[in-house]
Design a protein. Structure first.
Length: 269
């Protein structure tokens, strides 16, 4: 059996109260609008006096919103400018580091040069292992004054080899340590004469009579002008059945990292 439909008095009273409030608010707003319209028509001065502050608030609010939005645009521009300047600083820092390294290399290279000597500065384009074994390719040639047979020097005035081939703007340097090449040299403070034989990879070998007092670390030089340091003894092989010791000599210059050389305008060796 169906239950008879009944209204909830509390729910009905709340809904009625809400509707009454909405109707009252709507009525008040309508009255205000009507009054403002009548004032606009009948008394414009009073209308503007009453609504003027509201227009000022709206104008100020719009201006504030525009300034707020503009600040975002300014911030984006400042951020972009900051990033651009940061990139420029990074580029300048890298360039400065490269120049500092270049200056250090050049100072090291020309530090031992004697007054009156004439040399041609050359950049190394290829070195071992990029170039043919124990050769260098440099960026000057006959147009800059180089010639076959001219001596090539590394940092500190250490002789490295001689010019073997020349084109207008390139030269090929054959290093003294190239395999099988023989060069006259001196060992020790007493300048014991020896024949240095190239072994490749920046290494010489030489033999000296046993009992000469040569030890690991002894300086090895090439003649002239004067004694030019070229390397030092790194190992000594002694065979009791042989009257001579075999010396292994490492060049002073790292041929695998060299970037600049100097070329004499006349041969000494």
């Amino acid at each position: 059996m169906k239950k008879p439909f009944s209204l909830n008095p509390r729910r009905f009273s709340r809904r009625s109260a809400v509707l009454t409030g909405v109707s009252a608010t709507t009525g008040i707003v309508g009255v205000i609008v009507v009054v403002l319209v009548l004032l606009r028509i009948l008394a414009p001065g009073v209308f503007y006096a009453l609504t003027g502050p509201l227009w000022s608030i709206g104008t100020n609010t719009a201006g504030s919103l525009y300034a707020f939005q503009s600040s975002f645009a300014d911030t984006r521009e400042l951020t972009a400018e900051r990033d651009r300047l940061a990139a420029q600083v990074g580029t300048l820092t890298e360039s400065n580091a490269a120049l500092t390294t270049k200056v250090a290399d050049l100072q090291n290279l020309v530090g031992a040069r004697s007054e009156g000597e004439k040399h041609i500065l050359a950049g190394v384009l290829a070195r071992p292992p990029e170039s043919l074994y124990d050769t260098l390719v440099v960026d000057v040639g006959s147009k800059q004054g180089t010639a076959v047979g001219a001596v090539v020097y590394g940092p500190g005035g250490s002789p490295l080899g001689t010019i073997e081939q020349v084109t207008d703007h390139l030269s090929h340097v054959r290093l003294y340590t190239s395999s099988g090449r023989e060069t006259s040299g001196w060992i020790g403070d007493n300048h014991l004469p020896v024949t240095l034989t190239g072994m490749g990879g920046g290494v010489f070998s030489a033999t000296v009579p046993r009992g000469t007092g040569i030890a690991v670390g002894t300086l090895v030089s090439l003649p002239g002008p004067g004694a030019l340091p070229v390397g030092h003894v790194v190992r000594i092989d002694s065979d009791p059945s042989s009257p001579r010791d075999t010396l292994h000599i490492q060049t002073s210059t790292n041929l695998f990292t060299i970037t600049w050389v100097e070329i004499a305008t006349h041969p000494f060796l």
